[in-house]
Design a protein around this ligand. Structure first.
Ligand code: CDT
Length: 294
């Protein structure tokens, strides 16, 4: 057995007026609880330090820049951040138990819009503020296992998990901010949103024989509700822990990375008779839709 005890640190809302200084004590309280409950790894949501600022339209670049982190307290990570100078990525990092940064991931799938539309009830302006990530979906060997990361909308798409799955990932960790009502389809409310959350995460886990830890920022933020539903899913696709509240809430589960072995054997067995030419549409949209019938 190779046990990684993971803590999914769901966070309640962070209002626009709240500073990072008010949020960090909440994150530390969750971390202290995680430690007391024996966790090896804690996972926080997407945009854990601030409100989900892409819901607000801003024209002043200095105002936008204020929502981005330029450095984190770790000299080793500084070259990564220096390299990103002038760029704006939605980024997450993976640290080992000593606090050393072992991995960095930049969000690939940016949902929402690039332009403000006064007709829309909710704005979701990720395409305006972020560049698409340039990291791909790497995995890292650390803490006795193989780990990968994703951010929010990435979790909905099978390629995200598959690229990591084919590199042998054993635990995917991700954070999300999901509005309870889909800004692009107001008929899609919270129960459908929670269903899609479970559906995507559970199938990603099962189809790639990996643990998946998905962590929400939840509750009413700046007047707009976000779903909770943080969950830990085993490599069979079963939910082993799920949040019950929409506030700060910690889920802790001992995850055996060896439980991925059986499913992975099946994935890699099939590799011998998969033919690459049948998968070209995954990397190219050309010709994906057949022409209309005559
Ligand atoms: N943050 C993020 O990626 N949220 C999206 C909401 C999409 S609605 C335009 C999500 O997939 O949950």
């Amino acid at each position: 057995m190779r046990i990684i005890t993971v803590a999914a640190a769901q966070m309640g809302p962070i209002q626009r007026a709240e500073s990072r200084q008010t949020v960090i004590p909440r994150m530390i309280a969750l971390m202290d609880e995680a430690k007391a409950r024996g966790a090896d790894l804690i996972v926080y949501p997407e945009l854990a330090l601030t409100t989900f600022f892409p819901r607000w339209y801003m024209e002043d670049q200095a105002e936008v820049d204020a929502w981005f982190e330029r450095e984190i307290p770790n000299a080793a990570a500084m070259p990564l951040f220096a390299r990103a100078a002038g760029h704006h990525f939605n980024t997450c990092i993976l640290t080992d138990k000593s606090g050393k940064i072992v991995g960095k991931y930049r969000k690939t799938h940016l949902p929402g819009h690039s332009e403000f539309d006064p007709e829309r009830a909710f704005q979701h302006l990720e395409k305006r503020y972020f560049e698409p990530g340039d990291t791909g979906f790497p995995v890292w060997r650390t803490m006795g296992g193989i780990f990968g990361m994703a951010i929010c909308n990435d979790r909905r798409w099978p390629e995200t998990y598959r690229v990591m799955g084919l590199q042998g990932v054993e635990m995917v960790v991700l954070g999300y901010n999901t509005p309870s009502v889909n800004p692009q389809n107001s008929e899609e409310g919270p129960s459908r949103r929670l269903f899609h959350n479970r559906l995507s995460v559970q199938s990603g886990a099962y189809q790639n024989a990996t643990w998946v830890v998905a962590v929400a920022k939840a509750g009413v933020e700046d007047g707009f509700p976000l779903i909770g539903g943080s969950l830990i899913v085993d490599p069979d696709g079963e939910i082993v822990a799920e949040a019950r509240t929409e506030g700060d809430e910690l889920l802790v589960h001992p995850c055996d990375l060896d439980a991925t072995a059986f499913g992975k054997q099946t994935i890699f067995d099939f590799a011998s008779h998969r033919r690459v030419e049948h998968y070209g549409l995954i990397t190219s949209r050309v010709g994906a839709i057949p022409p209309p019938e005559e």
